[in-house]
Ligand binder design. Structure first.
Ligand SMILES: [Zn+2]
Length: 222
């Protein structure tokens, strides 16, 4: 059985869904250029006329915009924030000084991810295997949420009640993605499996209540 959608976890792609900036927001972003690292938070660099409060407002609004298109699921492990902790703004190609600061405000470089995937597992990992000036032309070595339909790279299956996944045949990106985010580790598989079980119990308990009601009304007289 193929599975990519559920209430507790969701492996989604964001193809055609990236956020957009208002003219005012774009003016703030343009005012921060050239982006060389450090423009995302903290002090505004000298010589730049953008106010810190305006930059912070743009960064805050990015999170709300992303939540609208992505829901509250980590883009990498697919878990709902109820199960993986508060989601953070994640730069798919890292934004650090020695990485790709120029893609810091690129809409297709922004997504929401849990702290574990974002910081513990990915960190400053270089996701670009072949860089071009234009972001959309770059070649990525993980499944890119805006460019790669995830089902082409990762195969999902429920077997013997376990929520399993593996790389699609010949998908290097799928293989690398699973490895980087430890998606097939025992704890992650157990977590997804547990969530599936809880979901199925929820459905059963609904029937149990109906059954109880029917029994109490019709057959049980005390
Ligand atoms: Zn995650």
């Amino acid at each position: 059985m193929s599975r990519k959608k559920s209430k507790s976890f969701l492996f989604q792609n964001l193809v055609g869904k990236s956020i957009t900036f208002s003219i005012a927001e774009q003016t703030v972003i343009d005012g921060l250029k050239p982006l060389i690292g450090g423009e995302w938070e903290g002090k505004i660099k000298s010589g730049c006329t953008v106010k810190r409060i305006a930059r912070n407002a743009v960064v805050t609004s990015i999170k709300h915009k992303l939540a609208k298109i992505q829901g509250n699921y980590c883009i990498y492990c697919g878990l709902h924030e109820k199960h993986c902790g508060r989601l953070e703004r994640e730069h798919i190609a890292p934004k650090g000084k020695t990485s790709y600061p120029e893609f810091m405000f690129e809409p297709q470089n922004l997504a929401l991810a849990c702290h574990h995937c974002n910081v513990d597992l990915k960190g400053e990992y270089d996701t670009i295997s072949n860089k071009f000036k234009s972001y959309s032309k770059c070649k990525f070595n993980i499944v890119h949420p805006y460019f790669d339909p995830i089902e082409k790279h990762i195969v999902f299956a429920v077997k013997n009640g376990k929520a399993l996944l593996k790389a699609a045949p010949y998908s290097r990106k799928g293989k690398n993605h699973i490895k980087l985010f430890e998606l097939d580790s025992v704890p992650k598989t157990d977590k997804r499996t547990g969530l599936l079980l809880v979901e199925s119990l929820k459905i059963e308990s609904k029937y149990d209540k109906m059954l109880d009601k029917a029994l109490n009304n019709k057959f049980v007289r005390r």
